[in-house]
Design a protein. Structure first.
Length: 577
């Protein structure tokens, strides 16, 4: 039988021809969850090229001088204030349910782990490069705050339409639009968590202005404060920001604002009336007959009794003209006559509000005085804590967060969700459709601003003075790229793979969620960091070069590797082995 056996070389050739293995299978054979390698390269290149084509007009406009830094800030703020909230409401409100809210709790956990890993990578890179504190904080900011808005959203939308195998088997009749909507939902939650850390820790500490580092260095060297060094004037009121501001105000800030506004808006016409300058008295000089005719907001405050001494009481005149008329009352009456009906109604509502507030405070203080002292102290401390908390929440909230809160409320109430998003309803055909049209502008506008940020001619002149030596700047850019796009991926990829395989949470079975996590792990630095660097004048030149390297040079190979890793993890996690 040996004579009928084929030669050994022929057997190897037949085996290779019948079953491609190793590298040949990697490049030629198609996996179950994604197309072959070269087709995947083409699909990722199409998605990246789409982003480049949308961003290119912004770059050209900036190079031509039509889209300077102020215009970029205006468009970015308009997008954050108007268009992005509309996108958040339409995507979250239509996709969220009460069951999904519990599954989404894993997203903050992944965000915390990613933030810690990125910061650890930046710390290691900064120590290896022997950066100072300011440079180390810059690298940390570039590493921690990745782009979770413009580029990942565009890539998720493109990949959901081009890649097959992203449909979730737990959702019946899942389609490409549903996959894109879920991907945007995941990205928006990551984005809002990043906004929280970016505008607090990043803005005030990691990307603080250079002057703050100089002040800290001087304080560390001398061990004394500025006042102890004799470089600042002593003040009895440390909280007083204006040195000319009086310690005791006789009028409220609102009254001063109204008085200042009235002074600048009213023009004096010669011959019409006697000019009157606003004065503040330490005691009331008007009689009770006049005080009844005055507005409570314009009445001078009485901070003490009338002066005692050789002052005679004012005698009644019985109608005789023994003094000049009070021109202040005449001027005020003329000003009231010139007011429109809306202004008079607004002033009346303001007075009613002030009276209601005074009555409420009077009743609250009277009730508070009847309580025992210990209860009073407890209520006072609780009230102060609640006020600080509410003020902090109000200051922290921004339009995207308000839109997220409203969408969660709408999604939690089935009647509201059906009214807003079911086809054929009146609200769906009018309000929701208008919001959707505004939301469709958000992503293209973000990419246009991205293209404009890549043009170096939009850097302000005062920021050019802070440019480092070319060698140090190159070192800073390389360290930022390593700490943002390479090292976190090497650490987070095994963690995400093990979570997708062994953690029993339904959202980890969604293929688009795994792709989102991988894209965020190696995404370029956030575009808002360029805005923060421009505001605080922190390495603006290095930031511009870093954006070019991240979004033009390295974005294609980085995205290709991340998508391939994500698809391999999805295939491995879904297998039974």
């Amino acid at each position: 039988m040996a004579i009928f056996n084929a030669p050994r070389s022929f057997q190897n050739v037949n085996a290779i021809a019948q079953a491609p293995m190793g590298v040949n299978r990697f490049f030629i054979g198609a996996h179950e969850s994604h197309p072959p390698f070269f087709q995947l390269v083409l699909l990722v290149f199409e998605a990246v090229l789409e982003v480049v084509c949308v961003s290119l007009p912004g770059y050209i406009a900036a190079r031509q001088g039509m889209f300077d830094a102020d215009a970029q800030k205006l468009v970015a703020n308009l997008n954050v204030t108007l268009f992005t909230p509309c996108l958040i409401f339409t995507k979250l409100g239509s996709q969220l349910t009460a069951e999904k809210l519990t599954d989404l709790a894993i997203i903050p956990v992944i965000f915390i782990v990613q933030t810690f890993v990125s910061y650890f990578c930046s710390f290691v890179v900064a120590r290896c490069c022997r950066f100072k504190k300011r440079q180390s904080n810059f690298v940390a900011a570039m590493a921690v705050f990745g782009n979770s808005n413009s580029l990942p959203i565009s890539l998720v939308i493109s990949l959901s339409q081009t890649l097959k195998g992203l449909h979730w088997d737990r959702i019946p009749n899942d389609n490409d639009d549903e996959v894109a909507a879920r991907g945007i939902l995941y990205l928006l939650i990551f984005q809002q968590l990043g906004q929280l850390v970016r505008w607090s820790w990043g803005y005030h500490i990691l990307l603080a202005p250079k002057d703050r580092y100089l002040e800290e260095a001087e304080r560390d060297e001398s061990g004394q404060s500025i006042i102890e060094q004799g470089q600042a004037r002593y003040s009895d009121n440390p909280d007083q920001t204006d040195p000319d501001e009086p310690l005791v105000r006789t009028r409220s800030p609102d009254d001063l604002h109204h008085a200042h506004h009235a002074t600048h808006t009213d023009r004096f016409q010669s011959g019409d009336q006697t000019p009157v300058s606003t004065r503040t008295y330490s005691y009331s000089k008007l009689s009770s007959a006049h005080s009844d005719d005055l507005d409570s907001d314009d009445t001078p405050s009485v901070i003490g009794p009338p002066p005692t001494g050789p002052f005679l009481p004012r005698q009644s005149t019985h109608g005789d003209i023994l003094q000049f008329p009070n021109v202040e009352i005449a001027a005020r009456e003329a000003h009231e006559a010139d007011k429109t009906g809306f202004q008079r109604c607004k002033a009346s509502l303001r007075r009613s509000r002030d009276r209601l507030r005074q009555w409420q405070e009077k009743k609250t203080n009277a009730l508070h005085a009847r309580l025992p002292p210990k209860v009073q102290k407890g209520l006072a401390s609780t009230t102060r804590g609640m006020r600080r908390f509410l003020h902090g929440v109000w200051d922290f909230m921004n339009p995207p967060l308000w839109a997220m809160l409203v969408s969660i409320i709408v999604a939690s109430v089935p009647v509201l969700q059906r009214g807003f998003f079911d086809d054929g309803t009146f609200v769906r055909n009018s309000v929701t459709r208008a919001i959707e049209q505004n939301g469709q502008v958000a992503v293209p506008l973000i990419l246009v601003v991205l293209g404009a940020n890549l043009a170096r001619n939009t850097i302000p002149e005062e920021a050019m003075a802070d440019i480092e030596h070319p060698r140090d700047e190159r070192k800073l850019i390389i360290a930022s790229l390593l700490a943002r796009m390479l090292l976190p991926t090497l650490i987070m990829a095994p963690i995400l793979a093990l979570m997708a395989k062994f953690v029993p949470i339904s959202i980890l079975d969604d293929p688009i969620f795994i792709i989102v996590c991988f894209l965020l792990t190696g995404a370029p630095s956030a575009l808002q960091l360029a805005q923060i660097c421009q505001i605080n004048n922190v390495f603006v030149g290095a930031m511009s070069k870093l954006l070019f390297q991240s979004y033009v040079v390295w974005i294609l190979p980085s995205t290709l590797v991340l998508v391939m890793c994500a698809l391999e993890v999805v295939e491995w996690a879904s297998s039974n082995a």
